[in-house]
Design a protein around this ligand. Structure first.
Ligand SMILES: Cc1ncc(COP(=O)(O)O)c(C=O)c1O
Length: 361
């Protein structure tokens, strides 16, 4: 069957060029006669992949020499507890509560100390993120944690929050890493499950500063110690070789697109088309989040009724557009326009939106 337009929130669409390269590497990796999933992580060929992935990510994220890139197992959900287990030690951490994943991160942190929710949009169904300065940090906060893009609710920070005093800055960037220019050198810990903008599920990119590493307790199981993974080049245990291979290739693809700046422009253009279709629908479609918080990655909206929402994604499926049903916690509709989402897919969606509104308005 021919490929269809995939608006899935994750695992999400990947660049076609990379998928084709990966197909070949699965069979014969770089002329070795061995597939990339069958080759030891200790071979020179594979070690070069990990090193290249690290270097490309460092460059694309604008990291400095005191920041380390790790490839870890357990998904972003493991970072929800690995961060506080390492840094909290019974102390206090500040959380910006902007959605489901932020809440999940808080829940795990409570096991290790006091969680201060310094800002929340829960009362308005997570329809916005805070503007800079809308919260203040407790003086004893070990770190501030925030989610840069809220995959389920469709909001996104368009700035990096500042921290003061001794607090570290921690970010869950699972659904918008490398989607727009962001100064990566500001983060003490930045983590992202790969399955949206970087590759397949099962590997998590963790950027950690030396300052944060120096504060991590060593009183944890070995696999939970960031420094062990740094010392061992993310090969303390057998890493997700397929996932890291993919991240390396996706980073090379981003470079070929013109880097993160060009990707960011393309993402703004793609999201702008869908938001224009929502806003220009004469009230048929309603965006579910405030205009100043709209995500370029996950776009959420509704039709006038739940029945029409259902009709929309069912008819879209028939028109070869999948993944448009909103998350079960929110309902409505959601289109995920990750980096690899191509413009023809977005144009097809916009055209379908116009047609559907005409027939049902
Ligand atoms: C923003 C965000 N954080 C965390 C997660 C959880 O990631 P994982 O399934 O890799 O644990 C997700 C998954 O969709 C997400 O969107």
């Amino acid at each position: 069957m021919a490929r269809i337009h995939n608006f899935s929130a994750g695992p999400g669409v990947l660049p076609e060029e990379v998928l084709r390269e990966a197909q070949e590497a699965l069979w014969d990796f770089q002329g070795t006669g061995v597939g990339v999933m069958e080759c030891s992580h200790r071979t020179k060929t594979y070690e070069a992949v990990v090193e290249s992935a690290r270097q490309r990510l460092s460059k694309l994220l604008g990291l400095n020499k005191d920041q380390h890139v790790l490839f870890l197992p357990g998904g972003a959900s493991t970072q929800f507890f690995q961060v506080p287990a390492s840094l909290l030690k019974g102390g206090t951490a500040a959380y910006l509560e902007t959605g489901y994943w932020a809440e999940r991160a808080e829940k795990e942190a409570k096991r290790y100390g006091t969680v201060r929710v310094v800002w929340s949009s829960k009362a308005t169904a997570y329809d916005h993120v805070p503007r800079p300065g809308a919260w203040s940090l407790p003086p004893d906060a070990a770190y501030l944690h925030y989610t840069s893009n809220n995959t389920i609710y469709g909001t996104q920070f368009d700035y990096v929050p500042e921290v003061s005093g001794d607090a570290l800055l921690v970010c869950d960037a699972s659904s918008d890493i490398l989607s727009r220019p962001v100064d990566g050198s500001k983060f003490d810990i930045l983590y992202a499950g790969a399955q949206k903008n970087l590759g397949p599920s099962g590997v998590t990119v963790v950027v950690i500063s030396q300052k944060a590493l120096d504060r991590c307790t060593k009183d944890l199981p070995t696999m939970l110690q960031y420094d062990v993974h740094r010392e061992n080049g993310s090969m303390y245990n057998t890493p997700n070789t397929w996932g890291i291979y993919f991240i390396e290739r996706v980073c090379a693809w981003i470079e070929r697109q013109g880097g993160v700046a060009a990707i960011g422009e393309a993402n703004a253009r793609k999201a702008g088309k869908v938001y224009a279709a929502i806003d220009g629908s004469g009230g048929f479609y309603t965006g579910t989040v405030r205009a100043d918080s709209r995500s370029h990655m996950n776009l959420t909206w509704r039709t006038p009724t739940e029945d029409k929402d259902t009709a929309f994604h069912k008819e879209a499926d028939k028109a070869h557009m999948t993944g448009l049903k909103g998350h079960r916690a929110v309902g409505g509709l959601r289109a995920s326009l990750y980096n690899a989402q191509n413009e023809p897919a977005v144009d097809a969606l916009v055209s379908f939106m116009g047609d559907f509104a005409k027939r049902n308005g």
